[in-house]
Design a protein around this ligand. Structure first.
Ligand code: NAI
Length: 331
């Protein structure tokens, strides 16, 4: 069985090498998967993809026609796959539903702490021999209200951390399961959460329902000077509306690990080029905005789990253990 890995980085090769006891044959390609690069998968049984590969209907059809039998996502989210088209083509898609919720939740917490205590600005000042404190004033997290949108594996891990700081946590999740309800948080409507939270963190998936969940209307309901954290998917947030709100100080702090147009920017070294995306460039000018390049998942534990689960999914699928292959289904 031959696996073609798109968007591959040296760390993928390292961690898939460490977690491949059956020596499955993997070819590593740095290119993203799209209409132009789908032909590279000719002769492979499995195509292994990441968050910024584009698995639209045309790409899936090309892969199917070339004999590809399985799409193995090495990520949790699957918003970049046209699942209806995959189903129509009878091309199964599997994913890594959970690798380390702690990795992402802890990164969201790092953004909160950095923004609140201005660590990024303090670091730059000290390097310039500037030990003044003006402009670095933070606030106690203890006693603040934190709103968590989406209380799945990552959202619940984030709730626990914020609870540890002594925060009151509100959760909005219309699909929360009974067994996942606990005393760490209070369930709230989206409107209540938006109105009452000092910090809002997004942990729901990107779907047609959640696209631009945080838009001008939602921002108008928030407390002035609110802190917004997004480690989930860029499309949850209307970035142009966010910039307007930052200029008006309606949003006081913004921490993002994801950006709606990130596929042309993140995971690459672009230090020799100009950023063509003016919206992204504008975001970078605010002192109260922290951006990381989709690195919330990036811990040793998560990379080991991603590699292990992806290759186990592939083996389970070809062994006929479809229930253990973590396939994604669509109605
Ligand atoms: P999960 O599936 O365990 O949890 C998602 C939760 O969101 C569920 O409880 C679901 O009921 C809830 N939800 C669905 N629609 C909602 C809505 N309209 N409003 C509020 N809640 C809603 O997923 P998990 O593992 O917690 O991951 C969450 C998201 O984090 C993923 O969808 C992915 O986009 C993102 N992610 C980001 C990473 C990064 O490196 N920045 C890495 C891994 C995941």
């Amino acid at each position: 069985m031959k696996i073609c890995m798109y968007s591959s980085k040296p760390y993928d090769e390292k961690f898939f090498g460490l977690n491949n006891p059956k020596n499955l044959e993997i070819s590593y390609f740095s290119s993203h998967l799209n209409e132009k690069t789908a032909s590279m998968a000719q002769g492979f049984d499995v195509v292994c993809c990441f968050v910024n590969d584009n698995l639209n209907a045309e790409v899936l059809e090309q892969l199917k026609n070339q004999g590809v039998q399985l799409i193995a996502l090495r990520c949790a989210g699957f918003n970049n796959v046209d699942l209806k088209a995959a189903k129509a083509l009878n091309l199964p898609v599997c994913r890594v539903p959970e690798y380390s919720p702690y990795a992402v939740a802890e990164h969201a917490c790092a953004l909160v702490l950095d923004l609140n205590r201005n660590i990024h600005r303090a670091h730059n000042r000290i390097r310039e021999n500037d030990y003044s404190l003006d402009g670095l004033l933070g606030f106690d997290l203890h006693g603040k209200t934190v709103g968590v949108i989406g209380a799945g594996k990552i959202g619940r891990a984030f709730v626990k951390i914020m609870k540890g700081f002594g925060c009151n946590v509100l959760v909005y999740d219309p699909f929360l399961k009974e067994q996942d309800v606990n005393d760490d948080f209070t369930q709230a409507s989206l409107q209540t959460l938006l109105t009452q939270s000092d910090i809002i963190s997004l942990h729901c998936p990107l779907t047609t329902d959640t696209h631009h969940l945080i838009n001008t209307h939602a921002i108008e309901s928030m407390k002035p000077n609110v802190m917004l954290i997004n480690t989930s998917r860029g499309g949850l947030v209307d970035t142009v509306a966010i910039i307007k709100a930052l200029k008006l100080k309606q949003i006081g702090y913004l921490g993002i690990d994801v950006y709606e147009e990130e596929s042309d920017i993140f995971f690459e070294d672009l230090s020799d080029t100009f950023i063509q995306d003016d919206v992204f460039a504008r975001l970078q000018t605010f002192p109260n905005v922290i951006i990381t390049g989709h690195q919330a998942f990036f811990t040793k534990e998560a990379l080991n789990k991603i590699a292990d689960t992806t290759l186990t999914n592939v083996q389970n699928y070809f062994a006929g253990n479809l229930e253990s292959a973590n396939t994604v289904t669509v109605d």
